[in-house]
Design a protein around this ligand. Structure first.
Ligand SMILES: [Zn+2]
Ligand SMILES: [Zn+2]
Length: 360
């Protein structure tokens, strides 16, 4: 099995990539388009080669072409187009050659148990991601000018992030202490009457595709904030979708990520039960009993545009949902501008106070 996979254009032998606008494979040199389906056969042939006798499986995983560095975190590959050496993180499954920019895919990181079940193909391209970032920065008056001008928009990268999607049934009981308060006045007294209630809820809830990212490189909170993804657009995984993008295989197993999924499902269960309780002044959960019955776990690659940028020694990360365009990321604040803005609002308040005094 080849160490590195490239999709070559049959017309001009250029390296073809997945085009998110056309939702097809496209040759950037001669503009020929190919249906993803037509590459399936090619991929299946390759998969058959993968299924070598299991007894020498160990050897298959350590082919001579993959050279690891001493502590095993970096791996080097040889580019099939230019012969250049591609040094990558050991989890890397798709990237591009730093010398000839041709996309490369490492099939070994995507086959057997590492083969994703589903992929949501990119729908938005780099240009749209850059526009979103620009509009994210627009109107942010407290943003340091240097940050705006030095921002390296070019370094925005399309990444297929490995996610575990959990299906689960929850059977839950919830008991709350609730109150209703009534106030009234007589000539002599003010009365407050507080009635106490015990409110119970019980039922079953089904969860489909609760996502947790399986990559330690990706910030979990950032990945959660670009949700939701529309899983109705997910398709069966094919390596061709990765051509032209970055992808890592998971480095946190489904079992390692399960506590995070469970916590999300527990919280959602409590939230959805609480939403059915209304008409009380206060309502505090006193006892919850939630039993989760784990269903299927799906391994999926989801599309994310990522931009890392360093400003005054601090790393800022922006992420955009490559399917919906939802954009998140923290921005630095210019202390000088913030002081001026604060002084400005103080001045406005002072002017208002002056006006008020004038009126009286
Ligand atoms: Zn071509
Ligand atoms: Zn190359």
């Amino acid at each position: 099995m080849a160490d590195v996979l490239e999709y070559k254009c049959p017309c001009c032998a250029g390296a073809i990539t997945f085009d998110s606008q056309a939702q097809k494979m496209k040759c950037p040199y001669c503009d020929t388009e190919f249906e993803i389906e037509s590459l399936k056969e090619f991929e299946e042939e390759r998969m058959e080669e993968d299924h070598d006798p299991q007894w020498d499986g160990e050897n298959v995983w350590q082919t001579q072409e993959e050279l690891e560095d001493e502590d095993g975190t970096l791996v080097s590959y040889t580019c099939e187009s230019c012969g250049g050496e591609i040094v990558a993180d050991r989890n890397m499954a798709a990237s591009s050659c730093p010398f000839c920019a041709n996309p490369v895919i490492i099939p070994r990181k995507l086959s057997g148990a590492l083969r994703p079940d589903l992929v949501i193909p990119f729908k938005l391209d780099a240009k749209q991601a850059k526009e979103q970032l620009r509009s994210h920065l627009k109107g942010k008056v407290l943003l340091p000018s240097l940050f705006r001008s030095e921002n390296r928009l070019e370094e925005i990268r399309g990444v297929y992030v490995p996610f575990w999607l959990y299906d689960c049934d929850a059977r839950a009981e919830l008991r709350c202490r609730a109150t209703r308060v009534r106030c009234w006045n007589t000539d002599d007294y003010s009365y407050t009457e507080t009635r106490h209630y015990l409110v119970s809820r019980g039922g079953e809830l089904g969860f489909d595709f609760v996502p947790v990212d399986g990559s330690t490189k990706m910030d979990d909170a950032l990945m959660q904030s670009i949700e939701p993804f529309d899983y109705t657009e997910a398709v069966d995984f094919q390596t061709a979708y990765l051509a032209g993008y970055l992808a890592d295989k998971y480095d946190q197993s489904a079992a390692e990520c399960a506590p995070c999924a469970n916590a999300r499902m527990r919280q959602s269960t409590v939230d959805s039960f609480m939403r059915t309780i209304s008409g009380y002044a206060t309502c505090i959960p006193e006892h919850t009993d939630i039993r989760l019955k784990q269903g299927k776990i799906t391994y999926a690659l989801l599309p994310v545009w990522v931009l890392h940028t360093r400003y005054r020694g601090k790393l800022y990360t922006f992420a955009m949902n490559g399917q919906t365009g939802k954009f998140v990321g923290n921005l630095p604040v210019d202390k000088g501008k913030a002081a001026i803005a604060a002084a400005g609002s103080f001045a406005a308040a002072a002017a208002l106070a002056f006006l008020v005094t004038m009126l009286f």
